[in-house]
Design a protein around this ligand. Structure first.
Ligand code: BDR
Ligand code: CA
Length: 313
């Protein structure tokens, strides 16, 4: 099988870090053309630092990592240090990165890569606010038709929101960007909270990460130890939801997930429900389907895959 070419667009974040590590561990299925960073969980200087820390942890210093947009299209940046800690990657004690950022802006890298590769061969994997992707689509509308697929973490329907009662963080931070992406016409697969809240790292699952015994396995366990306190307190759940790894696990084994191809629109006007993913799950409108919106996963299969892949690094 030829590996699928992807760009990971990210705001690490402990769960972003695990998603990146899983992709780095899977060269047979995934060819990472570059990692583009965006402001989200923490400001851009930290997300672009954290992405480099993660690649260095995995011993993959050759990956091209670009800094991108430092603020949402039309709103002030909202960050999530209350979840991810001051650095965004709190938990393990990891060294400052020594690899440099690639030259150029993330948005230009996205545009150039889509134009240089044959249409339908590059998949975009956004794990944070959609600012970089939307900016690329605004700057170069021709790329929409060249995108193989956008597999993203964001939104929620049955689960509601996690930053407001109706909005999930990634979409809430930049609803205008999300609106542009969902209207782009590119094929979209969405991993909303409905799925990711079922991807819970229980103690046994985190022990399995730790038992890998490698620097990667131990760092992932420590990241999860840190990250889980927030969701345990908030939801009374067994552990942290590993949101973003749902995206990279999907690329390796889509059969772990199930959902429906439906219409999804983004609320951009109402302050009350700003950033809500209005998902027509029940088909009550005649709006055309534009996204495959997942709502279930095989959690045991998902964690078995993650553990097996992380052990390769
Ligand atoms: C999303 O927001 C961030 O905090 C996580 O990294 C994930 O991408 C979950 O709502
Ligand atoms: Ca993220």
């Amino acid at each position: 099988m030829t590996p699928r070419k992807i760009i990971i667009d990210t705001d690490p974040g402990q769960d972003d870090a695990v998603a990146i590590l899983v992709a780095l561990a899977s060269p047979e299925e995934i060819d990472i053309l570059g990692i583009t960073c965006v402001a989200g969980n923490v400001p851009l200087d930290l997300t672009s630092r954290n992405a480099r820390i993660v690649c260095e942890l995995a011993g993959k210093r050759a990956v091209k990592i670009f800094a991108g947009c430092d603020r949402p299209l039309g709103r002030d940046l909202v960050t999530a240090e209350h979840v991810h800690g001051k650095t965004g990657l709190d938990g393990p004690d990891l060294p400052e990165p020594t690899m440099s950022l690639a030259e150029g802006h993330a948005v230009d890298f996205i545009i150039d890569t889509l134009r240089e590769n044959a249409p339908g061969t590059v998949t975009l994997c956004p794990l944070g606010p959609l600012t970089n992707i939307a900016t690329a689509l605004q700057k170069a509308p021709d790329i929409a038709d060249r995108i193989a697929k956008i597999v993203l973490m964001g939104g929620g329907y049955f689960e509601g929101g996690n930053i407001t009662p109706t909005a999930e963080f990634n979409i809430y931070v930049d609803p205008q960007a999300a609106d542009i992406v969902f209207k782009s016409g590119a094929p979209i697969v969405v991993m909303p909270l409905d799925v990711t809240h079922k991807a819970l790292v229980t103690k046994a699952r985190n022990d399995a990460f730790r038992a890998i015994g490698s620097p990667v396995g131990i760092a992932v366990a420590e990241m999860t130890d840190f990250f889980e306190r927030f969701d345990k307190e908030k939801y009374g759940s067994d552990g942290a939801p590993l949101h973003d790894p749902c995206v990279t696990a999907y690329l390796i084994n889509p059969d772990l997930f199930s959902g429906r191809h439906i219409n999804v629109e983004i609320e951009t006007q109402s302050e009350l429900t700003m950033g809500m993913t209005v998902a027509d799950w029940w088909g009550v409108t005649d709006r055309a389907p534009n996204a495959t919106f997942m709502n279930d996963l095989d959690a045991d299969g998902f964690f078995a895959l993650l553990t097996e892949r992380l052990a390769r690094l």
